[in-house]
Design a protein around this ligand. Structure first.
Ligand code: GRF
Length: 190
């Protein structure tokens, strides 16, 4: 049984989906949720799902060993970033080589990098008259959105789409694929 930690800064609908997927799957379990935002809805989801959670500030994340201590305490095998907005520090990447994945709501290398998150991504996609967009699941390295790509899936951008329309189509792709790809990567760890 692999033990997963999920980092999230926002609503956490992907975190929820991953918790649900692995609650019916004996191969892994979400054992810890971590957030830099005490008011993030993902914390409510952790409480409802009875998954332990931790909130940390910038100093704890970048200047202390607190996160690594939690990773040890909860015996974390694999880390998932699901709507987590801070750049992952070197010490964490080095402690979990090829064991941290992120999901990005566009087809990287397009529309990635600092500041490209949430609605900004979908607005940029529309402003550039793209006819398709999608999701990218990639390993995390020391630079935003530049780790090796594991998986991509695409969906159309239709004439007249708003950023919200695109976001909801992209979210459906995320829900469909992210847990299955995590499952596959975990199997490859053995
Ligand atoms: C997702 O679109 C994900 O791709 C991006 O942030 C969003 C998080 O949504 N990195 P949620 O918090 O999982 O609902």
């Amino acid at each position: 049984m692999k033990r997963l930690a999920i980092f999230a800064s926002g609503s956490g609908s992907n975190a929820q989906n991953i918790i649900d997927y692995f609650s019916n799957n004996k191969k892994a379990e979400v054992v810890l949720i971590l957030s830099n935002k005490p008011t993030a809805y993902v914390i409510e989801r952790a409480k409802s799902a009875d998954v332990p959670y931790k909130v940390f500030n910038r100093d704890e994340f970048y200047q202390s060993l607190q996160i690594l201590e939690w990773m040890r305490e909860y015996r974390i095998d694999f880390i998932v970033l699901a709507g987590f907005l801070w750049l992952v520090p070197d010490y964490l990447v080095e402690a979990f080589p090829n064991r941290i994945v992120n999901i990005h709501p566009a087809l990287l290398p397009k529309y990635g990098g600092k500041g490209m998150f949430g609605g900004h991504v979908h607005e940029a996609v529309i402003a550039h008259n793209e006819t398709e967009t999608g999701i990218t699941i990639h390993y995390v390295n020391k630079r935003y959105d530049e780790g090796n790509i594991v998986f991509q899936a695409s969906c159309p951008v239709l004439p007249g789409d708003t950023a919200d329309d695109v976001a909801s189509r992209v979210h459906q792709l995320e829900y469909e694929h992210f847990p299955k790809i995590i499952d596959k990567l975990l199997a490859e760890l053995d």
